[in-house]
Design a protein around this ligand. Structure first.
Ligand SMILES: *Cc1c(COP(=O)(O)O)cnc(C)c1O
Length: 401
């Protein structure tokens, strides 16, 4: 129902648009029979980790990404940490990476014992490019970390050329591009390694989990050791490692979502197109479009807030949250703007700081229906229509002690 008056907004005591939360998390629910089938295999085998279900998952994912190897982990986080430790140039400390990115990515670099060196982002793709990374390279640079943005991909070819030219190893955080192609080539075999997450908010839901793909036999072998306390297949200790293995029950969950991924993507695309048509009536918000010449997961819905949008982004978030739409500022604050307990390096990041103020993620995923999308777009239109009274109310709130 449209908000006819200011008093209809939930912040003013009106009925919220949704009685249950609609979030930006994917939370895809696999086919239950398939999940039970894989789980029964796990149960009957009596093996709870390092068994045949996880081996099958790795094989399926390697085929999906068209790579030689896939190594699973208990989370995307540890797959990234261990890949960084394997690939960083010895004796060097800095990882060149964007600041406008996943909010925990710098923690991952710090856990790997390295220091983030933040680069600018490309103004169109909103991500690291060879041009933005190049000025950050110095005699301390250990690694280039290409991070795919949440809509479309970064220029993986350009980063590969920069890596070849400078001799600095390149790996990718490809969590948000698990389904995509770049220039017709499947994401998974770019750089020395690509890292993915199977946390429930991502495209492949294993509840928790992650994996790394690579074409490099030696790296694959090292990652397998490092995720299992540094032990080789024959149980001999080779190098420092940790316990980061994926459990069989999580692998069962992952396989059942993997079985339904194309269907999921079709549903995501329908939602995305519904947003595209609904938001046409709200020109103050610009939807970030997926480049239809490539393959996409169509999961994330991101809008840029125009200068003619009536209220601040912060206020917009407050209004949306009150209506049970758990929207999020897109990558805000930028990583260099956050307090952390570790060292970070950066120069001029004006563009990043500007972009960190401008974007919003809208509800998506399994629990958001097409009708929900219509109601979300209608509510955004309501904000525009009631813009002046919303501004007046906020000013009044500010005056009231
Ligand atoms: C979620 C996410 C991660 C971390 O994955 P987990 O499995 O949750 O540890 C890393 N990078 C990006 C871009 C992410 O979105």
């Amino acid at each position: 129902m449209a908000k006819k008056a200011l008093s209809d907004f939930a912040i003013a005591g009106g009925e919220p648009v949704f009685d249950r939360i609609r979030s930006i998390s994917n939370l895809v629910r696999p086919d239950r029979e398939r999940f039970f089938e894989y789980s029964r295999l796990m149960f009957d085998s009596g093996q709870y980790s390092g068994g045949s279900i996880d081996a099958l998952l790795e094989e399926r994912l390697a085929r999906f990404h068209e790579t030689r190897h896939c190594i699973s982990f208990c989370g995307g986080f540890w797959g990234l940490v261990l890949s960084m430790q394997c690939l960083a140039l010895p004796g060097r400390t800095e990882v060149v990476m964007p600041s406008l990115t996943y909010r925990r990515l710098a923690d991952i670099v710090a856990w790997a014992g390295l220091t983030p060196h933040y680069c600018e982002v490309d103004p169109v793709r909103l991500c690291i490019t060879a041009e933005t990374a190049r000025p950050c390279i110095n005699e301390r640079t250990a690694l280039l970390l290409g991070v795919h943005p949440i809509v479309n991909c970064c220029d993986a070819d350009g980063l590969e050329r920069l890596s070849a030219e400078t001799g600095i190893p390149l790996m990718f955080d490809s969590v948000e591009s698990a389904y995509e192609t770049y220039r017709g080539r499947k994401v998974g075999a770019f750089g020395r390694a690509e890292c993915f997450s199977m946390q429930s908010s991502k495209l492949f839901n294993a509840s928790e989990g992650g994996y790394v793909t690579t074409q490099d036999d030696e790296l694959a072998q090292r990652l397998r050791r490092k995720r299992r306390l540094g032990l080789s297949a024959d149980g001999v200790w080779r190098e420092p490692g940790m316990n980061a293995v994926q459990s069989e029950i999580h692998a069962a969950m992952a396989l059942s979502t993997l079985d339904g991924v194309h269907e999921q993507v079709r549903a995501n695309r329908v939602r995305y197109l519904r947003y595209a048509s609904g938001l046409a009536a709200v020109p103050q918000l610009r939807l970030l479009r997926f480049d239809e010449a490539e393959r996409h997961g169509f999961k994330n819905i991101v809008v840029e807030i125009g200068s003619d949008w009536p209220i601040t982004r912060q206020r917009t978030l407050e209004l949306l949250h009150a209506e049970n739409m758990l929207c999020r500022a897109y990558y805000s604050p930028a990583l260099h703007q956050k307090k952390t307990g570790y060292a970070m390096v950066w120069g001029d990041l004006q563009q990043t700081e500007r972009f960190a103020e401008r974007f919003l993620m809208l509800p998506c995923g399994y629990f958001v229906s097409e009708e929900d999308v219509d109601r979300i777009c209608e509510f955004l239109g309501d904000i525009v229509r009631h813009g002046p009274s919303l501004v007046a109310r906020q000013a009044q709130e500010a005056r009231t002690p």
